[in-house]
Write a protein that binds this ligand. Sequence first.
Ligand SMILES: Cc1ncc(COP(=O)(O)O)c(C=O)c1O
Length: 397
Amino acid sequence: MKKAKKSAVKSLDMATTAIHSGRHQTLERENSPPMFLTSSFAYNSAQQACDVFAGNEEGNLYSRFTNPTVTAFEERIAALEGGQKGIAMATGMAAITSVFLGFLAAGDHMVLSRSVFGSTINVANNLLAKLKIDVTQVTLRDLPSWRDAIRPQTKLFFVETPSNPTLEMVDLEALCQLAKKHNILVVVDNVFCTPFLQKPLDLGADVVIHSATKYLDGQGRVLGGVVVGNKELLLEHIYPILRNAGPSLSPFNAWVLYKGMETLPLRMERHCENAMNVAIFLNRIPKLTGKVNYPGLPGHPQHALATSQMKAYGGLVCLDLGSQKKAYAFIDRLKLATITANLGDVKTLVTHPASTTHSKLSDKAKKESGITKGLVRLSIGLESAADICDDLAQALK
Ligand SMILES: Cc1ncc(COP(=O)(O)O)c(C=O)c1O
């Protein structure tokens, strides 16, 4: 492709970066990016094909490796996270698995937060065990337990902050300082915050991953994932996995994500505002007071950390209704909220983590991560906060 116009966006406000980063206008002068739905790329001669494959001439080879629409998405998320490079993946789990496989080898050790997405724990416990990679799980907020878990073979710390679904956090700067002292890489799953609320690379993390399926798309349409970080590091450890194992993002999905991100700052502001209103509303209901988990509530045990580390408190609100029976009855009575395992949609979504997203965890693992049978996760959407609260109130009666 001939690139007629390239815009490099640096040091602009995030609202501007979300719209102008990753733009490569072609000679057709389109103002919305084209979708390159092509499996492979064609050359003028056998010699040119050879030169592009050899890296002597710039160009795309095959969409498993690179594709211009996917590259545009990668550039946009890298610009937002403040990373040198993004490598897109088919899903968030593909990004996480690629990070594990790319940075760890037999005999290595990883320290993993106990409070992470269910499939992340399953990949760590099952796949990595087969590869003779040892994993120690620790309590996310408990920094001394991270320090105590370090061994000479420890190569990686992996965290989600805030975590899914318990909304627990860790002091990222302190964790990264500890890791640096021991030459350990820190990988942060930034799904719940997005770069709008928290930029882990600025706080010392080495790599950020996303399930782009969530807030980056923002409308519950497509699956996607991405790994962001230092260019050299990702080209050495992550790109060979993409190229050879092939967990590649489709150009169609990349286009949807690229366009979705244009409204990310606006959406995140409204998600956070609505979630705060919902949390305050729920916490004022006498039987729920103290059972509403939202980092923005002053009573949240890590409210001070959330205030210093994040721009706002996120779009997820959790509440514990005491038993599975009560949780199910509440979920089934909701009229506006959709019962689904996703999050980060414009619509308000409701999930019972213990029997869906985290159902494959053992009872012990669920207990250790605080995933009780009464726990309900609400992903607060962009509807009117008053309408969301009315729906919740009628379902609680
Ligand atoms: C925090 C977090 N990380 C990773 C994932 C996995 O993402 P995907 O479903 O795109 O593979 C999820 C999915 O819910 C998630 O919530």
